[in-house]
Design a protein. Structure first.
Length: 183
């Protein structure tokens, strides 16, 4: 099950539909999922890597992230807070750090959308794949990937974290999902 979906399921499954065994299982999945997100996230930037190596070893974090990864991390942070896996202050601090980093990312000028790959440590757009054979990467802005990030920004802006609502709304409104023709 995808990481954020596990947390979402644990939050959304009606209490009446759960028995004690199901409750414990969902809680364990949610906690393990959150531990994965923590291990994937660069502590200096608050941006998650696309993946990590085995045993939740942060030393083996992938050296790339995407708007989808960032959006899912924000979703997971909100879910971890709502499940009381983390405290509200930790969620607020994590999301604030992530939004500050997102605000610094280079974007596709005409649309304001984010490029598909960034280094989560340096915040630089990836133009050469960070893993051997280090092939060139042609940057592109995917409206699907940006949609995942936009949905997370919308959740924060609409009251998910009131302290960061204005910043999330500003980032969201600077993204244009209209069609562009760039001859």
């Amino acid at each position: 099950i995808p990481l954020a979906l596990t947390l979402s399921l644990a939050v959304s499954l009606p209490v009446a539909a759960r028995d004690k065994g199901t409750e414990r299982t969902l809680d364990a999945y949610a906690r393990d999922t959150w531990a994965s997100f923590v291990a994937m996230t660069d502590p200096a930037t608050g941006l998650p890597s696309d993946n990590i190596g085995g045993n939740l070893d942060p030393a083996t974090r992938a050296r790339y992230t995407s708007p989808t990864n960032i959006g899912m991390y924000i979703w997971a942070t909100l879910a971890a807070r709502d499940l009381k896996i983390i405290r509200e202050k930790e969620a607020r601090d994590r999301i604030g750090q992530t939004l500050n980093s997102v605000a610094r990312l280079e974007r596709h000028e005409p649309s304001g959308q984010y490029w598909n790959w960034y280094d989560p440590t340096t915040l630089q757009k990836i133009t050469v794949w960070p893993h051997p054979p280090h092939n060139p990467v042609t940057p592109f802005a995917s409206s699907v990937d940006n949609g995942w990030l936009a949905s997370a920004l919308l959740m924060v802006a609409n009251g998910g974290v009131p302290q960061h609502g204005p910043q999330a709304r500003e980032l969201l409104e600077s993204m244009n999902f209209g069609c562009y023709y760039d001859p």
